[in-house]
Design a binder for this molecule. Structure first.
Ligand code: ACM
Length: 693
């Protein structure tokens, strides 16, 4: 029994809702899990492959002992030490002591067969089993990585009530569905300090992700120190880059958590930063400064020069020594070919070699890169565009264009990973990301072709974020995708996902991520240092518009301040799903209809109460352009909702024309303003339409 869950939710709402809703009604707003008996359910994310809950639990008491059945190494010991420290923090009890001795009397027995790969491979065995009885926890795994996965599950099982903590009796057998479960971070468009990378790796380990794809170079910056080619960062990073020591540290930090690090050096396009210091490798006259403008630049490495392959040989060799992973990401995306077409020497080269077009020239470039990577013990991975005729079958294609292109690769015999539905900057809901499967149920692939789909990768492009806002863009949505990649395919219950996600979100924040505290701080700053209560109400029902919509509104570039309302609000805040469930309960007349109605009444009232303070703030703050429009709409929408509930409660039809008027208000509120959008408009529409029935 996880009696602590409601308490955790309460803490969640205190933090997420900035104290406001708890003040108006802790009772009504007790969770996205509205409609579900959460007390009886475990909160594990990602859900394990198989779990049997049994009677009873093991109570954690001071002086309990942990022992290794036989194998242990520094990595396992370090992982366990970190876990026990977290457990101490969760439980408020002194740490369990790791000590040799009789297995029978130990509270936790860790039974690991061996270290696993010296360099973690795609085939690392990450399985584990966790058996908890009222007297002992047995964690067994073939490898240290498997044990690390099991330890995370164990921590998620710990529940506290009445001043004591316990672990419910369970039998868990767990293994991932996909071998490649990644998160990519672009550190070129905006740089991220090592501390951000570290805490992101901590979060990844908590939800069992296993690949950190580090997008280290792009037009706006080359972020990896090269001693062979010092002008790469010397002139192409604006002084923001990782030293070799820092990169080695990140690799070790990730390995300690069972995470591979795949570096990406994007080429031949997206390479302006390379050319600032080394214009001789370019196909056209290179800019002398890093471009502030994002998007696709025409500059490109020149594939016709022999010296570029010597350069790349040396660079891959140098970076390959820092990043031991078997895969080396060469990017390969969005090369326009314009600089190649316009360069007479390159045109002459193409003619002499009978290279028909720039796609074929890029295929030539890739073919030249392959033996270089091979020489340094690396397999190639690249974005969709690398998939060209004649590519060897050990190349992995990362699909950012969609499932169809992934399936096409698989039909041709290429391994692939899916990223298209997992772009965080699209500002989609956790639900939408969660339901997108690397191998959809209707995929027309043979079992052999399906086996080529290695998994998925969440992508965090950084044009519109910085180190202050990155966490709230990555978390908690990435946890939902981590479950898609780890758990059985039939795990698709969205309500249950949201029920667990809010607890997982809190756990991530407690472990050091700042996706809850960061936006709070941002709102406090936006509120001109006043208590941001009204702003919290406002922010709780707003989310940022998509990357493209923001770009349309703002033409975001590298100098755009990222400190507005759009940066302080978070994608898919709990309100979206909560209001949907509450409206569904009211409209569907379920057992929860009255509770849902009361919750909505209180919510609409809280909006109206926030409006005067918001109106004042919107008129004073230079950082909330367009907010005044949204404030006015919030006021109108609160009235729409309250009136609709009134008619439904009285079982009375509204007067002629009322619905049309309300729907007009909703239509207006759906139009772009302030780079933020309301989370609840479809649900409110449903409520209005229900009055006519
Ligand atoms: C990409 O989004 N250009 C990989």
């Amino acid at each position: 029994m996880l009696h602590d869950v409601p308490l955790l939710q309460r803490i969640f709402f205190v933090t997420r809702r900035l104290n406001y809703f708890v003040a108006v009604s802790g009772l009504f707003f007790c969770g996205t899990s509205y409609g579900h008996a959460m007390e009886d359910k475990l909160v594990l994310m990602p859900a394990p492959a198989s779990i049997h809950q049994e009677e009873g639990s093991l109570q954690l008491t001071p002086g309990m002992r942990v022992t290794y059945a036989h194998f242990h190494d520094a990595r396992l010991e370090g992982g366990l030490d970190r876990a026990l420290r977290r457990l101490e923090y969760i439980s408020g009890q002194p740490r369990l002591q790791v000590a040799a001795g009789n297995e029978g009397s130990a509270a936790l027995v860790v039974d690991v067969k061996g270290a696993g790969g010296a360099v973690q491979s795609l085939d690392e065995d990450e399985s584990y089993s966790l058996v908890v009885s009222s007297t002992q926890i047995q964690l067994s795994a073939p490898t240290v990585v498997g044990a690390l996965r099991g330890v995370e599950t164990l921590l998620q099982l710990v529940a506290c009530d009445h001043g004591a903590c316990h672990v419910p009796a369970v039998r868990i057998e767990d293994t991932p569905r996909f071998r490649w479960r990644g998160l990519m971070i672009d550190v070129s468009r905006h740089f991220e300090p090592v501390s951000v990378i570290e805490r992101t790796l901590d979060g990844m380990a908590m939800v069992k992700l296993n690949v950190f794809h580090w997008h280290l170079s792009d037009d706006q910056g080359f972020r990896a120190e090269s001693k062979r080619f010092p002008k790469l960062t010397g002139m192409g990073s604006g002084g923001q880059f990782y030293t070799q020591e820092e990169m080695r540290h990140v690799v070790a930090y990730a390995r300690a958590r069972g995470i591979r690090v795949v570096p990406e050096f994007d080429m031949p396009g997206h390479s302006v930063s390379w050319l600032i210091g080394y214009p001789e490798f370019g196909s056209s006259a290179a800019p002398t400064e890093l471009p502030a403008v994002f998007g696709i630049h025409d500059e490109s490495l020149d594939p016709t020069q022999e010296k570029i392959y010597k350069f790349l040989d040396a660079l891959v060799g140098e970076m390959g020594g820092i990043f031991p992973d078997a895969y080396f990401h060469i990017g390969g995306d969005e090369n326009t070919g314009k600089a190649w077409r316009e360069n007479p020497k390159i045109a002459a080269f193409m003619k002499a070699k009978n290279i028909q077009n720039t796609d074929a020239l890029q295929a030539y470039f890739n073919q030249r890169l392959l033996p270089i990577l091979k020489k340094h013990g690396k397999h190639m991975i690249g974005w969709d565009e690398v998939l060209t005729p004649g590519l060897p079958k050990d190349v992995i294609v990362q699909s950012w264009r969609g499932g169809d292109s992934l399936a096409k690769g698989a039909r041709e015999g290429y391994s692939g990973i899916l990223s298209a539905p997992y772009y965080l900057d699209g500002m989609k809901s956790s639900e939408e990301h969660y339901l997108a499967d690397p191998i959809p149920a209707d995929a027309s692939l043979t079992p052999e072709q399906k086996a080529l789909i290695l998994g998925g990768e969440v992508c965090m492009w950084s044009e519109q974020l910085n180190w202050l806002t990155i966490d709230s863009r990555i978390w908690p949505r990435t946890a939902a995708m981590a479950e898609r990649f780890w758990s059985p395919a039939d795990r698709r219950d969205v309500a249950d996902m949201y029920r667990r996600l809010q607890t997982t979100s809190l756990q991530l924040e407690m472990a050091g991520l700042t996706h809850i505290s960061g936006p709070q701080r941002a709102l406090r700053s936006l509120a001109l240092s006043r208590e941001p209560v009204a702003l919290g109400v406002f922010a709780s029902v707003l989310e940022p518009v998509s990357f493209h919509d923001r770009y349309q509104a703002q033409h975001t570039n590298a100098t755009t301040p990222l400190d507005g309302l759009v940066d302080a609000v978070v994608p898919d805040p709990p309100s979206r799903f909560e209001i949907r469930e509450q409206v569904d309960a009211v409209v569907g007349g379920s057992d929860l209809a009255e509770a849902g109605r009361l919750a909505l009444v209180a919510r609409f009232r809280s909006w109206e109460e926030a409006v005067p303070a918001l109106t004042e703030l919107a008129s004073q703050s230079p950082r909330m352009p367009g907010a005044a429009v949204r404030v006015k709409q919030l006021d109108q929408l609160a009235k729409v909702g309250s009136e609709a509930l009134g008619y439904l409660k009285a079982d009375k039809r509204p007067p002629n024309g009322w619905s049309e008027q309300q729907l007009q208000v909703l239509d207006e509120a759906a139009k772009p303003a302030g780079m933020v959008r309301f989370t609840f408009l479809p649900s409110l529409r449903k409520l209005v339409e229900a009055t006519a029935k």
